[in-house]
Design a protein around this ligand. Structure first.
Ligand SMILES: O=C(CO)[C@@H](O)[C@H](O)COP(=O)(O)O
Ligand SMILES: [Fe+2]
Length: 228
């Protein structure tokens, strides 16, 4: 069991006028990585930012924070190289957005990044499974991608459990509506990379929320290892 509990705040609902300091604040509060949501107005009905902003963040923050790029874009092939140059560490693309996932995985690796593969709520986990041996992380969306602050979809948990049973050492991320109320479900199902946006950003004490999320997740991982 090679994976560990990691918490990645999503900065989508932060004060975007001071994105750099919001990211620093999250790292200072104990975040394990930063989950950066890229939206192009085509794949999802919302727009955020692209590689120029990522490059500025990298310059502002230095090489330490791990940038997990959640690419909610219609043409994920187009942004692989620019994101790598900008300082992205992991390129998480949506299976629904490409007809050649194999090629894209290869390209991401050639550009020196880790590979994340995301599925929307309507996509089955069996569609992701053929690629699981070639990726670093599977992202099971627990809301329809596009906006922060939505309600957690508990009915996505069987996907996480199935992935955990089939791929015991894979990093499995959940994203959407995750916070203190829903973390137990995610952790029990087998998720180990936890994205949380509004629950952390809107809290008066983000450090405690991050620490709570990590503790719940770490306990579930330990329990699973004892049960094996
Ligand atoms: O990718 C997305 C939404 O599309 C997420 O990363 C959310 O932005 C997470 O925010 P909360 O749902 O936790 O508020
Ligand atoms: Fe996301």
């Amino acid at each position: 069991m090679a994976y560990s509990a990691k918490i990645g705040p999503s900065i989508l609902n932060s004060d975007l006028s001071c994105l750099g300091s919001e990211c620093s604040r999250m790292m200072d509060c104990g975040a394990d990585y930063l989950h950066l949501d890229v939206m192009d107005g085509h794949f999802v009905p919302n727009i955020t930012f692209g590689h120029p902003v990522v490059e500025c963040l990298w310059k502002h923050l230095g090489p330490e924070p791990f940038f997990d790029m959640h690419m909610m874009v219609a043409r994920p092939e187009q942004w692989v190289q620019p994101m790598a140059v900008a300082g992205a560490n992991q390129y998480t693309f949506h299976l629904e957005a490409t007809s050649n996932a194999g090629n894209l995985i290869k390209e991401i690796r050639q550009n020196g990044m880790k590979v994340g593969l995301a599925i929307k709520p309507g996509t089955t986990v069996e569609e992701l499974a053929p690629w699981a041996g070639q990726i670093d992380m599977a992202l099971v969306m627990t809301v329809e991608p596009g906006f922060g602050g939505q309600k957690f979809m508990e009915d996505m948990m069987p996907k996480v459990s199935w992935l955990r049973s089939q791929f015991p050492s894979l990093d499995i991320e959940v994203d959407g509506g995750v916070g203190p109320d829903s973390i137990h479900k995610c952790a029990e199902a087998g998720a180990n990379m936890i994205v949380s946006g509004s629950a952390i950003m809107k809290s008066e004490d983000p450090r405690s929320v991050i620490s709570l999320l990590r503790n719940v997740c770490a306990e579930a991982i330990q329990k699973r290892s004892l049960d094996r």
